[in-house]
Write a protein that binds this ligand. Structure first.
Ligand SMILES: NC(=O)c1ccc[n+]([C@@H]2O[C@H](COP(=O)([O-])OP(=O)(O)OC[C@H]3O[C@@H](n4cnc5c(N)ncnc54)[C@H](O)[C@@H]3O)[C@@H](O)[C@H]2O)c1
Length: 277
């Protein structure tokens, strides 16, 4: 209720209502059009996102189950890590409940794009509000694949600089976890990223055209059954998957090295949900 009180003081047109406890969950979700799940534990120094699996998998499965009961036609946006596994978990729970619509389930990877935009703009002295760098793949370590060759405006880097900025984008979450030294992971930049993604989803529901965001969705673009690429959003969620576009050899190699970890993360989520539900 403290969070609701805090949010209710923000000068916006949004009305804020707080609900507390599992017995209020369905009241909270009823009639929602967009649901964001950020619940769960964050990383501490030395942890990977996969180390959060044991705690967060069950939280996401339980919340998704309540979503299935209360508002399965809403868009479901998952922030909780490990996103590479929690999205497949949510999909399996929704399938089991007979209400899965792959157009409406998103893993929120927007923070990777926000970071890529910031670092590229800083490196090139550009206005960050005019920089757009797609980041594809998944949302952990090597599965985060910045596609700097498709940046708008176009930018060029020497090989060593491109590699360094790529590594920084991949490890940016860890940079925050280490700087916070045990007090959690990114929260303020994540709030910025989640706001951007949710406003995009809401604008598309409202009929705005040409709204594009990268998101981790069910996919046939690669061998991975879930994969993040730029997505054209519409009234019903994913309107069109815009795919990989053309990749430099360097980026194609990043994709290749991401695949084993990404497939293992997805498989772990699917297995967990199948065993539990
Ligand atoms: N997708 C991304 O880019 C990204 C970025 C940052 C953090 N994260 C993830 O977001 C999650 C939350 O991070 P945080 O820093 O906000 O953590 P936090 O500890 O500050 O907040 C987590 C919140 O979840 C709530 N919660 C826990 N179990 C719950 C349940 N069963 N039902 C409802 N609420 C529950 C807690 O009460 C708490 O308010 C973590 O998994 C973290 O890894 C994802």
């Amino acid at each position: 209720m403290g969070v609701a009180a805090d949010l209710s003081h923000v000068a916006s047109r949004a009305e804020v209502t707080g609900y507390e406890g599992p017995d209020k969950l369905e009241d909270c979700l009823k009639d929602s059009q967009v649901v964001v799940i950020p619940a769960g534990v964050p990383r501490k120094p030395g942890m990977t996102r996969d180390d959060l699996f044991n705690t967060n998998a069950g939280i996401v499965a339980d919340l998704t189950s309540a979503f299935a009961t209360a508002c399965h036609k809403a868009m479901l946006c998952i922030v909780t890590n490990p996103v590479n596994s929690t999205v497949p978990i949510a999909a399996e729970v929704l399938k089991r409940r007979g209400v899965y619509d792959p157009r409406r389930l998103f893993g929120v990877t927007t923070l990777d794009i926000v970071r890529a935009n910031t670092f590229v703009a800083e490196a090139k002295g550009l206005d960050v509000n005019k920089v757009s760098v797609p980041v594809i793949g998944g949302h952990s370590g090597v599965t985060i694949i910045p596609v700097i060759s498709q940046a708008v405006p176009g930018v060029s880097f020497k090989t060593a600089d491109r590699e360094a900025i790529t590594r920084r984008i991949q490890n940016a979450g860890t940079e925050v976890v280490e700087a916070k030294a045990g007090a959690g992971s990114a929260t303020l930049s994540m709030a910025f990223a989640a706001e951007r993604f949710v406003v995009s989803v809401l604008s598309a529901i409202d009929g705005k055209r040409a709204v594009i965001e990268c998101a981790f969705v069910e996919s046939t673009v690669t061998e991975a059954p879930y994969f993040s690429t730029p997505i054209l959003l519409g009234r019903d969620g994913v309107e069109e998957n815009l795919g990989l576009g053309s990749l430099l050899d360097y980026e194609a190699k990043l994709l290749q090295s991401a695949m084993p970890e990404l497939l293992a993360n997805i498989d772990k989520g699917v297995k967990f949900a199948k065993e539990r539900y």
